[in-house]
Every structure is written in C-alpha cells, then in structure tokens.
Write a protein that binds this ligand. Sequence first.
Ligand SMILES: Nc1ncnc2c1ncn2[C@@H]1O[C@H](COP(=O)(O)OP(=O)(O)O)[C@@H](O)[C@H]1O
Ligand SMILES: [Mg+2]
Length: 346
Amino acid sequence: MITTTGLSKVYRSRGREVTALDGVDLHVREGEVYGVIGRSGAGKSSLIRCVNLLERPTAGTVTVAGQDLTALAGRGPRASKELRQARSRIGMVFQHFNLLSTRTVQDNVELPLEILGLSGKERSAKALGLLDLVGLADKARSYPAQLSGGQKQRVGIARALAGDPKVLLSDEATSALDPETTRSVLQLLRDLNRQLGLTVLLITHEMDVVKSVCDSAALMDDGRIVESGTVGELLATPGSRLAAALFPVGGEATDDDRTVVDVTFHGEAATQPVVSRLSRTYNIDISILGAAVDTVGGLQIGRMRIELPGRYEDNVVPIGFLREQGLQIDVVDTANTPVLLKEGAK
Ligand SMILES: Nc1ncnc2c1ncn2[C@@H]1O[C@H](COP(=O)(O)OP(=O)(O)O)[C@@H](O)[C@H]1O
Ligand SMILES: [Mg+2]
C-alpha cells in the first residue's frame, strides 16, 4: 500500500545541510498497522511528510496504493489536481490535533469535504456519520476548547477519514495524551484498521504503542531504517534492538565471570525442562535472572534470562545445545544492552 524507494530528504537552511532521510526503503502492506519508532531527530516526521508529499523528497520515490506520488507535479498551493486528489485519499492525524478553534466539531470535520466540493447536506451527513464512528455523535455542536485531549484527537481522526482514505498517517498522535487516553485512541485506530481495512502508518517514540497495536515496525536512526519487519519476525531475530525494547527482561550478571543468555520461546514451547536438562547434561548451575511472558503484536512470547558459570568461550557447547532445542538464544552483553528510545519527542 505504501512503498518508498531510496527516499532521501536534505533540508537546506542558512547555508547548512541536514540529511533527514538517507535512502529509506519502506514497505507497508495493505491493511496493516505499521509503526515507525526512533529517537527525536531520527527523521520520522520527515518520512511521514514525504509519504504524502507535504514535503518534497530530495530523491527517491513514494508510491501509495499503486500511484507514484513523486511523479505528480507541483507543491504547496500549486500542487497539481492529481496530487491534491491523491492526497485526499491519505488521512493525516497530528500530535497537536490542528483543529480550528472558531469552528464547531462538526465544521472541523466538514472542512476537507468543502475542499472536495460536497454540498452542505452531503457534508453534514458524512460528518455526523464520522463523529458517530469515533464515538462523538453528541459533540457535533461543541467547540474544540470544550473537549478533552482524547476527544480532540478523535475529532482529528474523524476529519482525517473524511476523504475516505485508504491510508491513515499518524505523527505522534498520542504523545500529548495521558496513558489511559492513549490506550483508547490506539484502540480506536485499531478498530478503524479492522472495520474499514484502513492501512495505518504511525510514528511514535513509545515502545508500548508498537506493542499494543502494530503488526509491523521499523526502527529509524539517523535518517535510515536500521531494522524492520513484522513484530513476529523482529522477535525471532537474534540481536534485534526493536525486539529487545519490545520485550525486555531484566537481570544483571552477578559476576564478571558469567555468561548471560536470553532464551526466547514462542507459543507453548516449554523452557523450564530444557533449562533443567541443560543443567544436568553439563553439570552446571544455572541461575534464572529474570523471566516474562507477554503478548506482543498478538503473539504469545516468553523470555527467560539465564546465567551460566564461566565466560562465553566456556559456554559454546551448552549454548549450542540450547540452539539445537529450537530455542532462540541471544547472548547478552549486559554492559552493552541497548538502551533504546527513552528520549521524548520533539
Ligand atoms: N524544515 C526543516 N528544516 C531544517 N531541518 C529540519 C527541518 N525539519 C526537520 N529538520 C531536521 O531533520 C532531522 C530529522 O527531523 P524530524 O524528521 O523532525 O525527526 P523526528 O520526527 O524523528 O524527530 C533533524 O535533524 C531536524 O532538525
Ligand atoms: Mg517528529
């Protein structure tokens, strides 16, 4: 549904060049919720603004629903009719809602419909239907200032849906909201994704968001996508930074002379017997430093952090044994465990 190839964006301001995107290849499938995560300044907003051509890429192509948007001419108010039409098929939700304070809720939702040239009656029917869909049928005549943050974002979502988009882009839509409101807005996005078959590309700096709603995710760093895949693929990738952040298990090595290993199991796989067999086979004491079971991207997954006596070189054989059992093994260098993404958004 969304493909970018070799997407680059270089900003030039006051004689300085900033490379915000550096050859991004993104593939978002129809009907999925795709999360892009990364620290502040990684290029997430630039990516989303290039996807709907609010920002003209410096190089590369953007294809949405089979249409090459980069081939369509014009920018800003001089954008071609084709580009404006294509863009109306892409809904956009913003962190700070971007509602017009002098217009009622209903009139805010009607705004894009005016631009599309619908009659007053059609606009009204459509806007009220959308407000009903986002659970705000009773707020049509209110003004934005009379709404809570979560309600404002629901209006923003209703407005984004006005052009019957196939794709919804969301840039930090929940960053200004408290955790409970965040959950309900994410649930709404998930429901819309399911009910309408809407493809959602969402940008966030919060791992919890990816965990609760995304089918796939990408990690951006310094204008590049450094990891991407379905949540299941990421969790099954040894050494994945995204997987470690999606599903952390605590526990530090008790001594320098120890090897710490994360054992990941999917579904029903039984780790406990494997660990005790390992202990018996090699006659070694194994300590469990931490363990967790969770649902990530709809998948049941468990992870246990264990400690083996001796350094890594001494444990090549036992680690090989664990791998032979079909378990995913990540040898953890606890001193260098990636601390991901804890910074706030810009
Ligand atoms: N309009 C702009 N002009 C100049 N530099 C910009 C502009 N927008 C973003 N940047 C720079 O591009 C880089 C990526 O920014 P951005 O895409 O906003 O990242 P993110 O959304 O991940 O925080 C940053 O270094 C930022 O300062
Ligand atoms: Mg941003």
